[in-house]
Design a binder for this molecule. Structure first.
Ligand code: ARG
Length: 460
């Protein structure tokens, strides 16, 4: 009797060290549902094609139901001696139902089996991620709606630039995550193709029906080439690339939340349940969640690099290197999923502090461009207007006031074209209201954009 299912031609047992080094069951067991789903579809196909008997299929289905129950209840014993999730399940099935269990692997290899499992797993993960992106976006739009007309400083170079509304800023986040969602939808198309039937690398001699298996498993089609089917992992790399971009966006949002929460800004409050304290400094309320999201972004980038590097030197077809795809991929799935879940909740716990936003606007001469535009409308070339306003800002700074606080007579020393009506463009509200084209920050445009965003969410 040999220790391993494959040990027929071996003359000595595997060393303990090698067993530990090569086993993957500790991390690939998370694909057990997908593995069983794939096996059942394969077995049904084998029976349909007359490759195994109907009685064998019945045994396999009965045995697998038992295996599922054991795993769900925690009674299933995972064994390192059985290397990976596939052999653990197959062995238990065989113990339960005998020869039918041994027939399951007909016309199949672990190479096409594992590729199928990963694709099924990733497809489920993408569907979860898409749901979570929507949940985040729904709560984000609620906040944007509440703050559609709340003025805050828009920044370039992190210096006050022009007034925007907080709602408008949040809609920028919406657009970022909208593209993230689209990328995952696109990746899913290339994930959703069936490798089974490729067997080890060259296909199989049995009269299999790959289209049937694909339909059973909800795949849109079958992998065209058996060598490619067992060795392709670029769908996993694409997933990590989409995950990296998503995390990059959440990292940028995190950076803004960290700044805005800082009392020097004081633009937002984040509900206490998403913050933590200090063990030494009693006054502290720290933005740990956004900080961790920012930090975890690096680890997802790392997984993308891991997978790219894992694949770059591999000749066709399957190589054991591929087993190393799982831990980075699974961690990327977990990190993105957890980050989305917590942000979806946290964004509902963010509230604006409009008085601090307005203070910052006042200190930043945020309507200087509006004054330059005003002069340009009156006929001054824009470059001259720019210079005149620059001098006015210098004067206001010396006086320690904002532009609208300079008396009309003083403003007129910078340009005789300035008249009483200048004060309507120097106000924050006037500045906001005048940017009323599509994509602009006027509150009416922000509200229209929210309506469009909600429609997209409802139909996507
Ligand atoms: N655990 C393996 C993996 O993750 C399964 C495929 C093993 N195939 C093989 N020929 N050793 O890739």
């Amino acid at each position: 009797p040999t220790q391993y299912t494959w040990a027929g031609r071996f003359t000595e047992p595997m060393s303990e060290l090698v067993k530990r080094y090569t086993a993957s069951v500790n991390f690939d067991q998370r694909m057990w549902r997908q593995d069983i789903r794939g096996s059942l579809a394969h077995a049904r196909m084998l029976a349909r094609q007359g490759i195994i008997a109907a009685a064998d299929l019945a045994d396999i289905e009965r045995g697998m139901a038992q295996v599922v129950a054991e795993i769900e209840s925690g009674d299933f014993v995972w064994s390192l001696d059985l290397e990976d999730v596939h052999l653990n399940i197959e062995k238990r099935l065989t113990t339960l139902v005998g020869d039918a269990g041994k027939r399951l692997h007909t016309g199949r290899s672990r190479n096409d089996q594992v590729a199928t499992d990963i694709r099924l797993y990733l497809r489920d993960a993408i569907d979860d991620i898409l749901t979570l992106i929507k949940a985040f976006q729904t709560n984000l739009l609620d906040l944007a709606e509440r703050e559609a007309a709340t003025p805050m400083p828009g920044c370039t170079h992190l210096q006050v630039a022009q007034p925007v509304t907080f709602g408008h800023h949040l809609l920028a986040w919406f657009e970022m995550t909208r593209r993230d969602g689209e990328r995952f939808v696109d990746v899913r198309k290339r994930v959703n193709v069936l490798p089974l039937g490729a067997a080890a690398l060259a296909g199989t001699t049995y009269p299999i029906d790959r289209e049937f298996v694909a339909a059973e498993l909800g795949f849109a089609g079958v992998c065209e080439n058996s060598l490619d089917a067992v060795s392709d992992r670029d769908f996993a790399i694409e997933f990590c690339a989409a995950a990296s971009l998503l995390m990059m966006h959440f990292s940028r949002m995190s950076e803004e939340l960290v700044l805005w929460m800082n009392p020097r800004f004081g633009f937002v409050r984040i509900a206490d349940r998403f913050c933590t304290g200090s063990s030494i400094m009693p006054q502290k309320k720290n933005p740990d969640v956004p900080e961790l999201a920012r930090g975890k972004t690096g680890r997802v980038y790392g997984h993308l690099m891991s997978l790219l590097t894992l694949m770059k030197g591999q000749p066709l077809a399957y190589n054991k290197d591929n087993q190393e795809d799982k831990e980075p991929l699974f961690d990327a799935v977990d990190t993105v999923t957890d980050t989305l879940r917590i942000f979806a909740e946290m964004i509902a716990g963010v509230s604006a502090r409009p008085e601090n936003m307005r203070d910052a606007l006042r200190q930043g001469f945020a309507t200087a461009t509006d004054l330059a535009d005003y002069l340009t409308r009156k006929g001054l070339p824009f470059r001259d207007a720019h210079e005149a306003v620059g001098l006015a800002v210098k004067r206001a700074e010396e006086r320690g006031v904002d532009l609208p606080q300079l008396p009309l007579a003083e403003l007129q020393t910078f340009s005789p074209m300035i008249e009483e009506d200048v004060f309507t463009v120097l106000t924050v509200e006037g500045s906001l209201a005048s940017r009323k084209h599509i994509g602009g920050t006027a509150p009416e445009q922000v509200r229209a954009a929210i309506t469009r965003a909600r429609q997209r969410l409802a139909t996507a």
